[in-house]
Each structure stands twice: as C-alpha cells, then as structure tokens.
Design a protein. Sequence first.
Length: 441
Amino acid sequence: MATLNFSHSTNISSGNNTSLPSGSPYSTVEIVLIILVAGSLSLITIIGNILVMLSIKVNRNLQTVNNYFLFSLACADLIIGVCSMNLYTVYIVIGYWPLGAVVCDLWLAVDYVVSNASVMNLLIISFDRYFCVTKPLSYPARRSTKMAGLMIAAAWVLSFVLWAPAILFWQFIVGGRTVPSSECYIQFFSNPAVTFGTAIAAFYLPVAIMIYLYWRISKASRSRMRRDSRKTSGTSLGEGPSHSQEEGCERQNNCIATRETQVEANDEKQNGSGPCREERTDQVDSREDNNLASTSKDTVAPASLQKGSNGGEKTDQTPSPENSAVDRQSPAAKTMFKVTKQSAVAKWKRKGLSSREKKVTRIIMAILVAFVVTWTPYNVMVLINTFCSICIPNSLWTIGYWLCYINSTINPACYALCNTTFKNTFKHLLVCQYKNIRIAR
C-alpha cells in the first residue's frame, strides 16, 4: 500500500509452541484458517480482475475511454492479488520475514508502486468525469484513446519514480541498511512523522480532491436536470432538443465502440446511420433504441409522402389514414406535427443519454466509496500512531492492512453490480460462451 509501514511487525512475539514456525504468534488451527481465507481472497482477486481485463478486451461495447482507465486499475489490482497478498500472508503467518533483504525491497517497491498507481488512476477517472460535465463542448474534442493511454502511462511512470528508487536505494544513500534481516519495512518509514506525511500525500489529499470533484459533478448534474425539466415542460415551436453536458463524452465512447471493423462501418453507412451510430450498452438501452427507431420512422413518413406526391417520385410505403390526414392539413399543422414527433425523439435521446450517464457515474462512485471505506481504517491508525506509537495493537494493524488489499477484491464486483454489460460478459467468460460475448449487453 502506498502509505503502509511494516515496522509494526517488529512487535510480533515469538510463540512457545515448538510445532509452529519460529516466531509465529498463531496456533496451528489459526494458521490453517488464515491461509484458507487469505488464499481465497487472493484467488478471487486474481480471477475477478482477469475477468475485467478480458471483458474489456473481447467485448467491443466495453472498449471506451472510461473503461480503459478501469483496465489500468484492474492491472494494479491483479498485481496486488498475485504478489502482495500472498507475500504478506507468509509474513504474518510465520511471524518474521524469511526471504531476505532483496526480496523484501522488491516486494515493497512493487506494492507501493501499484498502490500509488491505483490512487492515480482513481484521480484520472475523477478528473475525466469532472471535465465531461463541466466542459461538454471543448473536452470531448481532446478526449481520445491516445490521450487516455498517455494519462495512464503517466500515472504508472510517476508512481514508479516516486517510490521505487527511494525504496530500493535509500540504504545506499544513507550509507547502510538499518532494517533487521528478520523484518521487512521501508527504512525511511522508521520515523512515524514521515509515515504520516506520506499518508497525507498518498491518501488524504487524493481523497479530498476526489470528494470535491464528485461534489461538483453532483451539483452540475442536478443543475442540468432542473434545466432539462424546465425545457421539457416549456417546449415551444422551433425549439431544438437539449443536449446533456456529458453527451459529448458519451457519444465519443459510443463511436469508439462502433469503429471496431470496416464491415460494421459499411453496414452502418448502408443503413443510413452514419459512422458514429450510438451504441446501447445494456438491455434497457436496447429497448430504448427500438422505441426511438419506431418513433423516428413515424417522424419522416409525412415528409416522404409529401415528396412523392409533389415531386413525382414513387414511394413503396402505403399511405396510412393518419398520414393522409396530415397531408391534407395546412403547412402550419404539418409543421406542428413534425415538431411534436421531434420532441418525442429528443425525449427518448435524453432518456438514453441520462441512463448511460447514471451507469457511468454509479460505477465510478461505487469504486470511490469502496476505496475510501477500505483504506480509511489503516490511514486513521497511521494518524494515531504518529502521536501514540503503542496505542494500536498488532491485530488491528493486520486487519487494516488487509482491508487495503481487499479493495482490489471489491473493485471487480463494483463493475458487475453497476454495469449490466460487464456482468453479462463475466457470465459468458465463466461458462466459456465466447460466441455470445460480442452481443453481450
């Protein structure tokens, strides 16, 4: 973890049971139970994050800028599940560090780098959503896959530069290693004040920024909903459809998802839907598409019939009594009919966009809440330890440490619970129904 201090493990007392590993404070039954629980959490974390990465890779509906950030977050969580969880389990079960100084420093470097990268990815996601809401016209033009890749790379490189050199080479900078061979913690964290300072920079400050950004997002969303409500209730003749503040980013995500193959692009052109046809990401949005399509057909029918009667062009559509009545009406009545239909179409579009905005915001809020809930206990203990080094028992340190790790287990569940497309893709991958993945909604 980006703020963890392993020095608390120095207080683990040696056990008197000769059947246990030297220094282990646990009984045989407790060791078996710890290994089973920790191993299960590690396995669930690995499987869950692999499913996230595979889902984004194989399902074109999930290949959006938002989900590329989630892919990076899943990479960090996977490394924690594979490396950090298992090595920490060995450490707490045996009661001392058995793998030497080199492996200790490498473990700490990997653990801190990926944990800091997780925080940086959460910050990127928060700023991306914030700019989608507050700069709906200018930001989507710069929001590309290339930009997302550069931001993700910057998060990982910055995390590596901040932590890896200091962890690996501090002993050479100060002229010697002071960490005992049976223990594993960052040498410059021996001072509790330094540990607290890193906690401020790596946890409290990012959390404060993210909470502030989502407060602004929530405030802007409520303001937009009130404006849309007034526009809907006061729609007049000639008023164009209102546009959501996040529509630019959502349309851009949909365009990325649809430009997977040239065949699909050609099919869209033949059907008259253009190169950036909006994709629905779940079953609810699919039903909205069907309703929108039927409404759109009704909208253009009178104009088509009018063109056929006045311009001499033939049409294969059989005039219905309703359309014939519209043709016999005055131009003003026809215009009113078209505006009414266009208003219905705009309402369906706003409903679909609002649904997608809620899904994106819901999954990101779930990730943020899970991060705050699981990381806060340990960082509160770090704060307390700064003023009272003997106030926190070892058992609480271990629980707080594991809660930070469990965040990597919870994240994939957040994706599945908050996004139907992720959930359905997970199911198809687990039962090996690969043919159904491309149409998973």
